[in-house]
Design a protein around this ligand. Structure first.
Ligand code: NAP
Ligand code: ZN
Ligand code: ZN
Length: 349
C-alpha cells in the first residue's frame, strides 16, 4: 500500500480539499503510474455535487489521466517503467460478457468499474480518480500514450476525446456530411476537431458569442449563435448529425428541428434533469436520437494513435489543484477554453 496525496470532495456541498488515500501494491497484472496531468470533466462536477444520484464520498474525481509508469507486475507485457500511460473513465469490467468480449467494455452487462465514484469488483472498495499523485490499474485498462504530443493536451483525450471520437466514427461521419456541434466546452471542442478532421462540414452551435473566433480556429466552418432566432430559423432541416454536448438542462426540440430528413442527434451531454422529446419533431423528418457513452479500450487506443498521427490535442488551461473549486465555477458558467487540466506537481509540493 502506498499513501497518496489527493484532492477530494467530502460531501456534495463542500469545496474540494486535500485528502490522503491508499493505493494498492501492484499485483501481477497491474501497472503503477505516477500521474502527471489530469483533465477536469464536467462529469466530475455532476458527480461531486451528486447531481446524478448515488455518489460515493469521500470522492477523488478525475478520469482523464496521463503519467509515467513507475512499476509493473510480473505478468505485464505492454508496459515497462518509464513508459507514458493513460487511464480513462473505467478501470475494470466483467471481461466475459458479450460487450466486454466485443471491446465495448463501457456497456458491460455487469457495469464498468468507474475510475472514481465506483467500486472494485472483488473488494467493493471505492475507486479514487486522478486528482492524485499516483494510480494502480490492470494493464488491460491502461492506454499507451505517444511521446510526440504535449502531455497536458493529451490528458483530456481520455474522456472528452474518446466520447466525441467514438460516436462520430459509429455513425460514419465524413465528407459530404453537415455536422452541428452543440456546446463549445471540453467535449465540444474535441468534437469540432474530430468532425473537421474526418472531412465533415462543421457548424459550431454555441450560446456564447465570444467563442466564435476560437470555434473557427478549432476547425469549424460556420458558427451559429443558438440565441439568435433568425440563425436558428435559417438552419431548420439542415444537419445530418448534431452532437449534443450540453451539460445543463435545455430544450431538445429546438435542435431536433435543425436535423434534415433521417438526421440524427447524438446525445453525449448528461444534464441532471430529463428533456422532453416531442414526437412530432421525430416523425416529421424521420429523425433519430441516439446516446453514446465514452468508448471501449480498443477504440480509445485507436483514438490516441489517430491523435498522435494527426497532431490532435485538447486546448488546455493548466491549473494547480488548489484552483479546482474556482475552475468548477467557471465551467458551470461556460467559461472554459477549453479544458482545465490539473498539473499534479501541485499535489507533491
Ligand atoms: P463543459 O466543458 O462544461 O462544456 C459544456 C458546454 O455546454 C459549455 O461550455 C456551453 O457551451 C454549453 N452549455 C452549458 N450550459 C448551457 C446551457 N444552460 N445552455 C446551453 N448551453 C450550455 O462540459 P464537458 O466536460 O464538455 O461535458 C459536457 C457534458 O457531457 C456533461 O454533462 C458531461 O457530464 C457529459 N459527458 C458525457 C460523457 C459520455 O460518455 N456521454 C462523457 C463525458 C462527459 P457554449 O458556451 O458554447 O454554449
Ligand atoms: Zn469525463
Ligand atoms: Zn462485461
Amino acid at each position: 500500500m502506498a499513501a497518496t496525496n489527493a484532492y477530494a470532495a467530502m460531501d456534495p456541498k463542500s469545496p474540494l480539499g486535500p485528502f490522503t488515500l491508499e493505493r494498492r501494491t501492484p499485483g501481477p497484472n497491474d501497472v503503477q503510474i505516477e500521474i502527471l496531468y489530469c483533465g477536469v470533466c464536467h462529469s466530475d462536477i455532476h458527480q461531486v455535487r451528486d447531481e446524478w444520484g448515488g455518489s460515493i464520498f469521500p470522492m477523488v474525481p478525475g478520469h482523464e489521466i496521463v503519467g509515467r509508469v513507475t512499476a509493473v507486475g510480473a505478468q505485464v507485457t505492454q508496459f515497462k517503467p518509464g513508459d507514458l500511460a493513460g487511464v480513462g473513465c473505467f478501470v475494470d469490467s466483467c471481461r466475459t460478457c458479450p460487450n466486454c468480449q466485443a471491446g465495448i467494455e463501457q456497456y458491460c452487462d455487469e457495469g464498468m468499474v468507474g475510475t472514481y465514484n465506483g467500486r472494485e469488483r472483488h473488494t467493493q472498495a471505492p475507486t479514487y480518480g486522478g486528482y492524485s499523485t499516483q494510480i494502480v490499474v490492470d494493464e488491460k485498462y491502461t492506454l499507451r500514450v505517444s511521446d510526440k504530443l504535449p502531455l497536458a493536451g493529451v490528458a483530456p483525450l481520455l474522456c472528452a476525446g474518446i466520447t466525441t471520437y467514438s460516436p462520430l466514427r459509429h455513425v460514419g461521419v465524413g465528407k459530404g456530411h453537415k455536422v452541428g456541434v452543440l456546446g463549445l466546452g471540453g467535449l465540444g471542442h474535441m468534437a469540432v476537431k474530430f468532425a473537421a478532421s474526418f472531412g465533415a462540414e462543421v457548424t459550431m452551435l454555441s450560446s456564447s458569442p465570444s467563442k466564435e473566433a476560437d470555434a473557427r480556429k478549432l476547425g469549424a466552418h460556420h458558427f451559429a449563435l443558438t440565441s439568435d432566432p433568425a440563425t436558428m430559423k435559417q438552419l431548420r432541416n439542415h444537419f445530418d448529425f448534431i452532437l449534443n454536448t450540453v451539460s445543463a438542462p435545455h430544450d431538445y426540440s429546438t435542435y431536433l428541428n435543425l436535423l434534415r430528413t433521417n438526421g440524427t442527434m447524438i446525445v453525449v451531454g448528461v444534464p441532471p434533469s430529463p428533456s422532453a422529446v416531442p414526437a412530432f419533431d421525430l416523425i416529421m423528418q424521420r429523425r433519430s436520437i441516439i446516446g453514446s457513452l465514452i468508448g471501449g479500450i480498443r477504440e480509445t487506443q485507436e483514438m490516441l494513435d489517430y491523435c498522435a498521427e494527426h497532431n490532435i490535442v485538447s486546448e488546455v488551461e493548466v491549473i494547480p489543484v488548489q484552483q479546482i473549486n474556482e475552475a468548477y465555477e467557471r465551467m458551470i458558467k461556460g467559461d472554459v477554453r477549453y479544458r482545465f487540466v490539473i498539473d499534479t506537481a501541485s499535489l507533491r509540493s
